[in-house]
Ligand binder design. Structure first.
Ligand code: UD1
Ligand code: CA
Length: 457
């Protein structure tokens, strides 16, 4: 196997997206397009990856991080001009360079690998990844000579009527002999309909130099969709969604309505999980066997244990134990850790809460910056008062404590284990173990008051 290098083009603005966000950062099921490409290449033994950035360079670089090296293309004068920028890093290297456009995020590492192997085994100087599509509009067409050899690529805007009929298109992914590539790039001009330096012209230049130019036809046109506007973005998301959902279905996950279930590429779901309609499950989420999710539930970056039930709720960056019940209508904000058999009921909000086994927060509560032991019952409407307007403070509640309805726990405060807090109390001092705390005004009844009022009327 030869040395392998990659150049990823991500400098364009993506005018047709009509967005402030750089095109390659638009997400598909929660993961940016550019990240699909970079991660997709991880399995292809590539020595050096160079990403060409320009529009929104800072943001693009921070998303990619140390997964790639970067070069800047200040002015976007075309795809050939963009690849030229990588010369400073790759010029002295010998081997195969794969070029991928940042707006074709669905190409799999298996396809990259097949392209590399075809290119290497045929001893080609250039190999274009092509595919056949029903509607080739907008793509570069692959023009072959009478013997079927690739002659050149012609862009939509430069094609004549006959060329426009060709339905074999350039996917924008190619393998090149690295030295031949940078040498040919120097000859590319910009005398075309868009006044741009087209990378596609390198094909004709190499042909003229009698180099071997090949095409590798991909059977799966869905993979190579190029995303220029939000219509294509939705198409790509649908393709990805179908593929991911099908994988989960075949792995033994029940997805009641796959059309309306959005599961990200980094989500793992064990068998015999049921996902009801309207769920959006993204990020690094892991769901263990037997759990039921949804309907209409959003989960991001969470771990969910076995046999838990989560209905109509929103969960972010939290760890949920086994046999936990959440919702309907709970909001689990970041950094919670819920033990087994915890119950979080309707209209409950949690943030940064550690909750022990079997503890119940069944209705209308806010629990934030809190450590709750096991076997606790939190009454309806009880809340932690964690914020004094400047700082956040912690509430601690020991095992088997009982917090009555509508209690305010003014943090920092600790309710020791086994203690009772009477309904309606406002607690700002620690409550000792097994004590009863009552912190509310004593009730007075005024006899006959109602009659007096009636007479006044
Ligand atoms: C390009 C191809 C076309 C192919 C199609 C596949 C050329 C000339 N045309 O057309 O043959 O069928 O992709 O999807 O290559 N970019 C830069 N710097 C630039 C220009 C572009 O980094 O100066 C990047 C863009 O960010 C984008 C990619 O290159 O990620 C492709 O550019 P785009 O303008 O979308 O090319 P297409 O018109 O789609
Ligand atoms: Ca494109």
């Amino acid at each position: 196997m030869k040395n392998r290098f990659a150049v990823i083009l991500a400098a364009g603005q993506g005018t047709r997206m009509k967005s402030k966000l750089s095109k390659v950062l638009h997400p598909i099921l929660g993961r940016s397009m550019i990240d699909y490409i970079i991660k997709g290449m991880n399995a292809n033994s590539i020595d050096t990856k160079v990403t060409v950035v320009g529009h929104g360079a800072e943001e693009v670089m921070s998303v990619i991080g140390n997964q790639s090296e970067f070069v800047i293309q200040k002015e976007q004068l075309g795809t050939a001009h963009a690849v030229m920028k990588a010369e400073e890093i790759l010029k002295d290297r010998n081997g195969t360079t794969i070029i991928v456009y940042g707006d074709t995020p669905l190409i799999s590492s298996a396809t990259f690998e097949k392209l590399f192997q075809y290119h290497e085994s045929t001893g080609s100087t250039a190999t274009i990844l092509t595919t056949k599509v029903a509607d080739p509009f907008g793509y570069g067409r692959v023009i072959r000579d009478e013997e079927g050899h690739v002659e050149r690529i012609v862009e939509q805007k430069d094609a004549n009527e006959e060329e426009k009929e060709v339905n074999e298109i350039n996917t924008g992914t190619y393998c090149f002999d690295n030295q031949a590539l940078f040498s040919a790039l120097k000859e590319v001009g910009n005398d075309n309909a868009q006044g741009e330096y087209y990378l596609t012209d390198v094909i004709e230049i190499l042909r003229e130099r009698s180099c071997k130019v090949s095409a590798f036809l991909s059977e799966d046109a869905d993979e190579t969709i190029g995303i220029n506007d939000r219509v294509a973005l939705v198409q790509a998301e649908n393709i990805m969604k179908r593929k991911i959902n099908e994988t989960h279905l075949l792995n033994g996950v029940t997805i009641v309505d796959p059309e309306h279930t959005y599961i990200g590429p980094d989500v793992t779901i064990e068998q015999d999980v049921t996902v009801y309609p309207g769920c959006i499950i993204l990020g690094e989420t892991y769901i263990e066997t037997g759990s039921t999710i949804g309907p209409h539930t959003e989960i991001n970056d969470c771990t969910i244990g076995k046999y838990s039930v989560i209905r109509q709720s929103v969960l972010k960056n939290s760890k949920i134990g086994n046999e936990v019940q959440i919702g309907p209508f709970a909001h689990i904000r970041p950094d919670n850790n819920l033990g087994d058999k915890v119950k979080v009921g309707n209209f409950v909000e949690l943030k940064k809460a550690e909750i022990g086994e079997g503890t119940k927060v069944p209705h209308l509560s806010y629990i934030g910056d809190a450590n709750l032991g096991s076997g606790i019952n939190i009454g309806c409407g009880a809340i932690t008062v964690n914020y004094d307007g400047v700082d956040k403070h912690v509430t601690n509640i020991g095992d088997n404590a009982f917090i009555g309805c509508n209690v305010n726990l003014i943090a920092p405060v600790t309710v020791e284990k086994g203690a009772f807090v009477a309904a309606g109390s406002t607690i700002n001092r620690d409550v000792p173990e097994d004590a009863l705390a009552i912190g509310r005004a004593r009730q007075t009844n005024k006899d006959g008051y109602a009659n007096k009022m009636k007479q006044k009327k």
